[in-house]
Structure formats: C-alpha cells, structure tokens
Design a protein around this ligand. Structure first.
Ligand SMILES: Nc1ncnc2c1ncn2[C@@H]1O[C@H](COP(=O)(O)OP(=O)(O)OP(=O)(O)O)[C@@H](O)[C@H]1O
Ligand SMILES: [Mg+2]
Length: 233
C-alpha cells in the first residue's frame, strides 16, 4: 500500500495542503479529483518526493519514505507521469523510452517489449521525434516510459485532460489494465466524467483538504462535493 498521512505542505509560505490523507492499494485505480488549484499536483509531487511536508508522512508498504529523494522512491517502485509529460521533443519516441530504461538500469530490449505490448500503436511512431507526436501519442510515450521502470505504484497527473474522447478512453483502458496486472494507480483528475470511467474510487480535494472519499456516484450525490468538482448536483 502507498499512503499519505496528514500531509501539510507550504509553498512560498502558503499552506497548500492542509492535512491530506489517502491510500492506494496495488491493483486499484484511485482518482484524486478536484478543481484547478485544489492541490492535486502538490499532493502527487509530495508523494513522489519533489516537496517535503511540514507535517505528515508518506509510506510505501509501511515504510516511511517522507524524506527519501525522488530517485530512491522511483527505485522502490513509485512511477510518475507529470502534467507536462516531459517527453523530450528532439528525441524520438524510441529514444525517450530507452532513456528511461537507461536511467532505471533496465534492459533495453525488455523496455521496448513493455512499451509496445502496452501500446502497440507506438510501433509505427518509434522513430518520430517527440516534437511531432500528437497530445495523445505523447501521453502514450510518457506512460510507456513510466512502465519501463516496472513501478509498483503509478502516479498520473491529469493524463486524460483535454484529449479527444476516443483517445482518453484508450488511455483509460490501458491504465485499468495496468492496475489489473497489479499496479496501484493514483490519478489526479479535474474532470468527474473522466474519473468515473477510470477510477475504482475517488478522493475529492478542495483547497488542500480531502472532503470526500468513496465512489464517484456518491461524490456526485452530495451537493457540497459535486460543487467542489464543478458539477451542480
Ligand atoms: N510552486 C508553487 N509556489 C507557490 N504556490 C504554488 C506552487 N505550486 C502551486 N501553488 C499553489 O498551490 C495551490 C494548489 O496548486 P496545485 O498545482 O497543487 O493544484 P492542482 O489541483 O494540481 O490544479 P490544476 O488543476 O490547475 O493542475 C494553488 O493555489 C497554486 O497556486
Ligand atoms: Mg495540477
């Protein structure tokens, strides 16, 4: 289990997270749902290791990893696809994936097998530079790159945001399959409809606080929660 317990995070003197707690088990897809500025990215970055909390802890299978550096958490099995993806524009899709394999000390052949069995559609795009990939293709490369490191938990920051519905659905299907194979997925989302298709359960975050935990349907049936995610109940 990957868990955040009472995370309080200040950025430039502002309290951005006010005691965020959540848990992700292996094999499930959990969405962290909230509006722009609610604290989703800050929560993910604190779990991944880019921010240190003033209070609270991050635990991986019961081990306190709150102050471990990012690369050590990655080595322990925390994968991350940031909001801006970080697909290198002047490297090909293949080079982007192989670079991740190299950094993680993984075999190149195995890395390409993982990438292409996850997204067979990348095969014909392998020589294309990141710059020339579409938004959906870039996200596939970014997810493939995270999977090459064989994470136990995968954190996705607004992976489905702004994609054509058919592409969003394709990525959702893949993420659900990855979870089914045993990875715990924590996906930040601002769109409740996308979250519904993706998640086994959700946490709703508002102004740095988790105000709801449960099913998407349950969230929408509560007026205050629905309002927090921008849907009128
Ligand atoms: N580096 C930073 N320094 C100061 N304040 C920040 C920083 N990053 C984020 N914030 C503030 O913290 C709050 C939460 O931001 P965060 O990026 O975590 O929200 P989010 O839920 O991911 O939003 P979005 O949907 O826009 O991605 C916002 O008010 C934001 O302005
Ligand atoms: Mg964000």
């Amino acid at each position: 289990m990957l868990s955040a317990k009472g995370l309080r995070v200040y950025l430039k003197g502002i309290e951005v997270l006010r005691g965020v707690s959540l848990q992700v088990m292996k094999g499930e897809v959990v969405c962290l749902l909230g509006r722009n500025g609610a604290g989703k990215t800050t929560t993910l970055k604190t779990v991944v290791g880019f921010y240190s909390p003033q209070e609270g802890r991050v635990e991986l299978e019961g081990r306190d990893i709150t102050f471990l550096p990012v690369h050590e958490r990655a080595r322990l099995g925390i994968g991350y696809t940031p909001e801006d993806l970080r697909v290198y524009p002047w490297l090909s899709a293949r080079e982007n994936i192989l670079l991740a394999a190299k950094v993680a000390g993984r075999d190149e052949k195995e890395a390409m097998e993982i990438a292409l069995s996850t997204f067979p559609e990348l095969e014909k795009l392998l020589d294309r530079k990141g710059f020339y990939l579409s938004g959906g293709e870039k996200r596939m490369v970014a997810v493939a790159r995270a999977l090459v490191q064989r994470p136990k938990y995968l954190l996705l920051d607004e992976l489905l945001e702004g994609l054509a519905p058919v592409v969003a659905q394709r990525l959702s299907t893949v993420v659900r399959r990855v979870a089914k194979e045993g990875v715990g997925v924590l996906a930040a989302e601002s769109n409740a409809v996308l979250a519904k298709a993706l998640a086994d359960r959700v946490y709703v975050i508002e102004r740095g606080e988790v105000i709801y935990e449960g099913s998407v349907e349950g969230a929408l049936s509560r007026e205050d929660v629905a309002r927090a995610i921008g849907i009128s109940a």
